[in-house]
Write a protein that binds this ligand. Structure first.
Ligand SMILES: Cc1cc2nc3c(=O)[nH]c(=O)nc-3n(C[C@H](O)[C@H](O)[C@H](O)COP(=O)(O)O)c2cc1C
Length: 188
């Protein structure tokens, strides 16, 4: 590589990116509500999920009331509905009506049938920051639409290339992108 290409320039913001867009679901005032979260992260080898939730969000009420939530991964064909969930509040519109909702083991964590991947979580801890809360959820169960799965050595696996998750990227135009090609082949 040309040495000039190794020179660095300072840039503002958190660049731990791109990340998949998720729709976090909660039961608020007895109805399903979903919002877009860009700042999320799995940890403890996937046993927990962390995300950053502004205290002003309507969703916050449901998470505090039930201490449960869901994580739904939309595919590209849901970009319009995703945009609505990220720009309109459940205080003003019924976002549960955009989707077919279902419930799993927890009963109070609404999930979206149209999203290929759904994860139900129990709130484990809430970190109190000035304007935001850090929500840490313990993963209880995960679900995938049959269509995106295959079986290998008696284990159900999913094929991300079929799912087409929406990728959100910071540092540039803060827009949505597609997941790229698989890099590692059998030969590498
Ligand atoms: C790409 C994108 C990423 C977002 N990330 C977050 C986030 O990490 N945390 C958060 O609290 N809101 C985030 N939002 C904003 C909420 O999704 C938005 O304010 C939503 O309308 C709140 O809905 P509610 O009031 O029904 O909870 C994001 C929005 C977009 C479009």
């Amino acid at each position: 590589m040309n040495k000039e290409n190794l020179s660095k320039r300072e840039i503002e913001g958190n660049l731990l990116s791109p990340l998949p867009v998720i729709l976090v679901g909660a039961q608020v005032n007895g109805k399903p509500n979903y919002l877009v979260i860009g700042y999320s992260c799995p940890f403890d080898f996937g046993r927990y999920i962390f995300f950053s939730l502004s205290k002003s969000r309507y969703t916050t009420l449901g998470i505090h009331e039930n201490m449960t939530f869901s994580v739904n991964i939309p595919s590209e064909d849901l970009v319009k509905e995703t945009d609505i969930c990220g720009s309109k509040s459940g205080r003003d519109i019924d976002k549960g009506a955009l989707f077919s909702n279902f419930y799993g083991e927890l009963k109070t964590a609404p999930m979206i049938r149209e999203c290929p991947v759904n994860i139900e979580c129990e709130v484990h801890e809430i970190l109190d920051y000035e304007r935001n809360e850090g929500i840490i959820g313990k993963v209880v169960k995960s679900y995938v639409n049959h269509h995106y799965t295959f079986e290998e050595e008696d284990t159900v696996k999913l094929d991300w290339r079929k799912i087409h998750p929406i990728i959100w990227a910071t540092g540039g135009d803060f827009n949505y992108y597609s997941l790229g090609e698989r890099l590692k082949t059998e030969d590498l």
